[in-house]
Structure formats: C-alpha cells, structure tokens
Design a protein around this ligand. Structure first.
Ligand code: RTP
Ligand code: MG
Length: 140
C-alpha cells in the first residue's frame, strides 16, 4: 500500500461555473477520502509560495492574478497513489488537449486567454504535496 495525500484546488473558473461539487464527486467516486476542505479567496502572497516553481515564467503573474480573482476550494485528499491518480482524473494541463473522461477533458474550455483556466490543480509529487499541504493547511 502506498497511501498518499495530495492537495487539490478547484480554481476560480471551476467555482464560478459551479463545478466544485462535480470535482469532489469524482474524487469520492474514485475512492479517495477528503481529509480537509475549505473555500477561500487566496492571498497573493500565498499563491507566490504555492506557484514558486513557475516564478519568472510569462504566465506567472497572470496565473497569480487569476487564482486570486475569486473563491477557490482547497482540499486534501487521501488514497492509494492518489497524487498520480488525481493527475489522471484531472487530465492534461491544456483543456483542449485533455482526454475525454478527465475533468479538464470533459469540462474544460479553451478561453483563448493568457492563462489556461483548467478548473483544478493537483500536486505533482510527494514533495510538492507535502509543501503545498503545509501552505494551505499548516499543521495538518
Ligand atoms: P496544476 O499545477 O494547476 O495542477 O497544473 P499543471 O501541473 O497541469 O500545470 P503547471 O505546468 O504546473 O502550470 C500551472 C498552471 O499554470 C497555468 N498555465 N498557463 N502557457 C500557459 O498559458 C499556462 N501554462 C500553465 C495553468 O492554470 C496551469 O494549471
Ligand atoms: Mg503543476
């Protein structure tokens, strides 16, 4: 058994489109457990820490602006290899290329904007998950 935890975010586009419940439904239907759940408008400073790996890239500032533009649902999920598993549920970063059956593939749109508004975030490694969970849910 490789029980892992991952940080999942329903981004402002997902919230605005009323897709939070649908994302949580897919997480639970897959068999992952919700360990923590909170809706909040993230502070810019926190997003700089969350997206530190992308600092300096052309999409960094528009991404932080987008992510701080409205409510986000942050969740810690737990389950067998759930880091890779949730990335598969989410699908490819670009919603126009994401496979049908995935969250981004089924529900994502090409908005023709600077930032890919792709509904969800999921940690990409055990190290990222630990770092991100500590940012969003310190002490958990
Ligand atoms: P995430 O971190 O949100 O789960 O997505 P990801 O790993 O699939 O994508 P990543 O490369 O980490 O990028 C983080 C987020 O930045 C936005 N992005 N926009 N060229 C672009 O317009 C672009 N590239 C990335 C997306 O919102 C992406 O999810
Ligand atoms: Mg990423």
């Amino acid at each position: 058994m490789t029980t892992e935890r991952s940080l999942v975010l329903v981004k402002p586009d997902g919230h605005a489109r009323g897709l939070t419940g649908e994302v949580l439904r897919r997480i639970e239907a897959k068999g992952y457990t919700l360990v923590a759940l909170e809706v909040r408008v993230p502070e810019v400073e926190m997003l700089h820490r969350h997206y530190a790996e992308h600092e300096g890239k052309p999409f960094f500032e528009p991404l932080v602006e987008f992510m701080s533009s409205g409510p986000v649902t942050a969740a810690v999920i737990e389950g067998e290899r759930c880091i890779e598993g949730f990335r598969a549920l989410a699908g490819a970063t670009d919603p126009t290329a994401a496979a049908p059956g995935s969250i981004r593939g089924d529900l994502g749109r090409d908005w023709g904007e600077k930032v890919q508004k792709n509904i969800v975030h999921g940690s990409d490694s055990p190290e990222s998950a630990a770092r991100e969970i500590d940012i969003w849910f310190p002490g958990l």
